[in-house]
Ligand binder design. Structure first.
Ligand code: NDP
Length: 303
């Protein structure tokens, strides 16, 4: 099978590309930079989608870039890097004489309103309520294929929680302070912390593609929550990471400090959280390699 992946060079994209190649698939990465095995976004626009059975979009400016100050320019890049790449891919699928059988868009759980008590599954109704939920709304909207095209191309949306892995994402920034013994809960620590191991997220993406023959194409995308089934809080995450690293985690970081340093609009992903259930993911028969924090964090720390 041939795959094309926007953002295939990133943290999740690299994991997905390795997994696909191990399974004997071919992968073309769509990137801002040319290179072997890659095409650029402008080549995609001018030459169309290369023949492929599945297309995945993982492109997007990093939300937690520690080197960028939270301002209007950064917010513009967060939106345009996701909206423009997704629009380009959806249009390329529409224009393709041989469209792929599956189109997977990876977005996020920010569409669900943070709460200490509400539980969300893929069936939960939601409307945008803040910056990040507006982003998810617009992003999933531009990814939507016209009905006539959706008859031949199955549309899938995967909404991951915080992706945990050694080589990128949140862990890359958290491991050093925790290792030095400066780790601690964020805010009250009671907020849910939806997470997934990067290897399981890559497997969910391939699982939904490989099982596409079981599902009829539909005008509405099928949503899968990309989270581990364990449903932990920030307190549980903090204590487990400390335990695995054998380090104390006695330095709580007050919510207002995180808001001030990061900007409250994006700090919500750390100071607040959603209890997200991977209902459809489990129903689809997906088997997690890292269903609980202990196994996921051990793999990341001991590797
Ligand atoms: P990365 O930060 O690793 O970025 C992925 C790729 O996006 C990069 O390799 C880059 O590809 C491309 N990219 C970055 N900035 C821009 C830009 N300004 N314009 C166009 N393309 C850009 O992302 P992850 O792998 O961590 O995440 C993949 C997707 O999953 C993202 O959309 C993210 O929002 C979503 N997600 C991630 C979570 C996480 O915890 N990591 C949590 C929930 C959702 P290139 O340089 O080749 O152009």
């Amino acid at each position: 099978t041939v795959f094309s992946t926007g953002g295939g060079s990133g943290f999740v994209g690299r994991e997905l590309t390795h997994l696909l190649k191990r399974k004997g698939h071919e992968v073309t990465i769509i990137s801002r930079q040319p290179g072997p095995g890659k095409i650029t976004w402008s080549e995609l626009k001018s030459d169309g989608l290369p023949p492929c059975e599945a297309t995945v979009n993982l492109a997007g400016e990093n939300l937690m870039n520690p080197l960028r100050w939270w301002n209007e320019n950064y917010k513009k890049d967060l939106f345009s890097s996701r909206i423009d790449t997704t629009t380009t891919l959806a249009q390329a699928i529409v224009a393709s004489p041989n469209p792929p059988q599956t189109w997977v868009l990876v977005t996020g759980v920010a569409c669900y309103r943070p709460s200490l008590t509400d539980r969300y599954s893929e069936d939960s109704e939601w409307t945008p309520f803040d910056l990040l939920s507006k982003l998810v709304h617009e992003w999933e909207g531009v990814g939507r294929l016209p009905e006539i095209v959706a008859q031949n191309t199955r549309q899938i949306i995967i909404r991951p929680g915080v992706v945990l892995g050694r080589d990128g994402g949140a862990m890359k920034q958290m491991l050093t302070p925790f290792w030095l013994g400066f780790g601690g809960i964020l805010g009250s620590g009671r907020q849910p912390f939806p997470w997934i191991h990067v290897s399981d997220l890559a497997s969910i993406i391939t699982h939904t593609i490989e099982n596409s023959s079981n599902n009829l194409s539909s005008a509405v995308p099928q949503v899968f929550n990309g989270v581990a089934p364990a449903m932990n809080t920030n307190y549980e995450f903090t204590k487990e990471l400390g335990r695995v690293l054998r380090r104390p985690t006695v330095f709580p970081v007050p919510g207002f400090v995180i808001d001030a340093v990061m900007g409250s609009e994006r700090a919500v992903v750390l100071t607040q959280g959603q209890m997200v259930e991977p209902k459809r993911t489990l129903e689809s028969g997906f088997q997690y390699k890292y269903p609980d924090l202990s196994s996921a964090l051990k793999e990341i720390v001991e590797r």
